[in-house]
Design a protein around this ligand. Sequence first.
Ligand code: HEM
Length: 533
Amino acid sequence: TGPDTVSPTGQPTGADQARMAQSGAYLTTAQGARLYDTDHSLKAGPRGPVLLQDHHLREKVMHFDHERIPERVVHARGAAAHGVFQSYGTAASVTKAAFLGPDTETPVFVRFSTVLGSRGSADTVRDTRGFATKFYTSEGTFDLVGNNIPVFFIQDAIKFPDVIHAGKPHPDREIPQAQSAHDTFWDFVTLHTEATHHTMWNMSDRGIPRSFRMMEGFGVHTFRLVNADGATTLVKFHWKPKLGVHSLVWEEAQLINGIDPDFHRRDLADAIEAGAYPQWELAIQTFPDTPEQTFEGIDLLDPTNIVPEELAPVQPVGLLTLNRNPSNFFAETEQVAFHVGHLVPGIDITDDPLLAGRLFSYLDTQITRLGGPNFAQIPINRPHAPVNDMLRDGMHQTAVPRGVAPYRPNSLDGGCPFQAGADTGAYVEVPVRIPEATKVREAPESFSDHFSQPRRFWLSMSPVEREHIIGAYTFELGKCYEQAIKERALLVLARIDSELCEQVAAGLGLPAADPTAPPADVEPSPALSQVGR
Ligand code: HEM
């Protein structure tokens, strides 16, 4: 759980802190008083009433009563491991980030997850998988909070509550758990057709990975790198598994859900315990940082787009090895807090509107989930770089800051001047020029092509992969109660490929949709009108 040291405030950190809860030869109360019996309540006689003055009973049950914290609002079910990232140095020409410099080793913690299911849901459901990596770099913590699918359902974070409400179980019956096989999911993705590309990846074999060890990972958004000379490059991050990409077939996934709902977390932990350390190469696709922020006609700010690897090669920049299982699930896997705003010098954001919303969301949710603003002090979240912030107090403050003047400059605590500027190794935002603009609530026209990339994906599939996709659409849509939603889904499929639409329609026992006609029984809406694009 981090380095075994004492912090500048004199507080024990890392393994020392674990010993704070479990040291010495005696069982004690939380205050360190030795106990002679923790199995019997204090009573007025062996058969008499339990006494309110039993402060040990009260402390023990009180603590138990508060053991659970809220699960993550999304990505609640996950498994994680510690490891190391070895940089090849090949990214040094495009970024000054120290952990991507030549021959640098950085400790990491990686958490894999499903998105929709609750903490106790099964592992092998059809869903997107989270792939979140915390790099404890010498310049502060960098989090790459990605998924195993390179695109996202929506283009603007303002729709995130909506897409998650649609994907989570229905509010009346709380079913289904962790599956896209229900009306609200299909209602949303067929009315918001920007979701078509991500949905198609979900319906492909990528939606049911064989193992976390055999998944790709993607940063999804385009980020901006800056090198030591201040030159910038746009970039997409990829994780490439050394074991290759492998999936289950649907029948296997369903059986395993019953036989071993912990299949993926068991597989990860067992492999690491056996010394078969999983490995991924971190790789980048780079694009010139032009004012348009497009590449070969693809809008790089639209997170429903990929850039095909034939157009921009995926270049390896380092090797991730997971080599140690967490020793306590709650302390590490449950309490880890990732955030796309955890950036280091050399890596900056772009104006992708989905990324902008995420920059707010993660901190916000973690204040509730982790009980106040001090969760960066939890051992798994502590940076390995020195921390000297002016943040003070708050719920669950465990540091003991020294001095009287938490502001800079000051004339009391040694008169320390404010150390800032590019030459101090500080994080300096890239001074991107913002063109003159009018305040609007609208998407650019370039965000309105919802079908060419899903079509390209479909056409790149082998016959057996197509069969699996047809089977997945048929199964998942078959669970919908509303006929109109199935028909609208067929219309969306007809816009991608007529054979895909016909095969799914046949499976559902419905006529294939006519791609030129809007569905008769659905009121046209602005979103629905996009189906024709
Ligand atoms: C959690 C990825 C979009 C809000 C996560 C996690 C991952 C992830 C991997 C789990 C982190 C962990 O293991 O602890 C992504 C990707 C996105 C995306 C790749 C799109 C490209 C969004 C958006 C929002 C959002 C648009 C909100 C506007 C959240 C929240 C959590 C979460 C609230 C729970 C965090 C926590 O409780 O610590 N996301 N996400 N995500 N995400 Fe996202």
